[in-house]
Design a protein. Sequence first.
Length: 326
Amino acid sequence: MSREKEKTITETGVSSIREIPGLNPGMAEKLEAAGYVSPWTLVVAKPEEVSEKTGIPLVTVQKIIENARRLLGIRFKTAKEVKQERMNIGKLTTGSKALDELLGGGIETKTITEFYGEYGSGKTQICHQLSVNVQLPPERGGLSGRAVYIDTEGTFRWERIEAMARALGLDPDVVMDNIYYIRAYNSDHQMSIVDELFSLIPKNNAKLVAIDSVTSHFRAEYPGREHLAERQQKLNAHLHQLLRLAEAYNIAVVVTNQVMARPDVFYGDPTTAVGGHVLAHVPGVRVHLKKARGNKRVARVVDAPHLPEGEAVFAITEEGIRDAEE
Ligand code: GTP
Ligand code: MG
């Protein structure tokens, strides 16, 4: 990736919150400690949340955010400028042309993509594959960036990364060096990791954050119907935090979510009945994965008016995610 592109967070050339007019060093320190390291992280943040996390009074925070907006030149734009910004959105290949096409050319940056499906449907394999693919240059479908892999279930396998890297003709050691792995031990830990990413990502040119799975801790900690509202509220906050991360740094965020198939449901989609997808209240792309014969899997994009309807068949092979052979 060119230096130009790498500057996404600092398109205006501004990279430190210390450049915000009227911000004293004491406040800057508090903001940085809370993860607001660039003016972009501030302009996309909720003032109430910033105030809560830093102890800076709300009115002051609002003023700071206003100044940050001005500094970054956030204002009315012409349609042509909007077009240029859209063209800035990166696309990351899944390894399968059919699946890429279904997604409108690949996994997009600046948004969250959720893969949901039952056990063995390929969610974890896709996360592994994307962590490798993101390192490819754009002409090969990558984003020339590093990957952050947040594992909540302990199913990450470096051996798989090695095999996938080899299959693409990449040096496995280099590829593994470029994947930052962390095991999240509970939902609070998971959320605090994302806070940390606001400073880790720009420093390390990460272009993908994969969370496998985004829901398991929340489900375990808030079980049953009586905790459903609380669980969804926490999960929504987490997903919004991830969306801000995706937008602020022009990265791809991929989350997985296990849902159980319900053989007793004959009409409609048998998997949305239990658990369902979690992105209902957050903008993003939802992809349902279904097992098919052998190593084949069927993907379907749900609730995406901007993408064509239909299904894509792909395969999980020794080399990784690929098109299914006829
Ligand atoms: P849960 O986490 O249990 O919900 O499942 P998942 O959706 O994450 O499934 P996962 O991505 O783990 O897919 C599992 C499938 O991938 C297995 O059924 C295997 O068919 C395939 N798979 C996993 N590892 C390998 C491997 O090393 N080689 C090959 N060829 N296939 C593999
Ligand atoms: Mg899995």
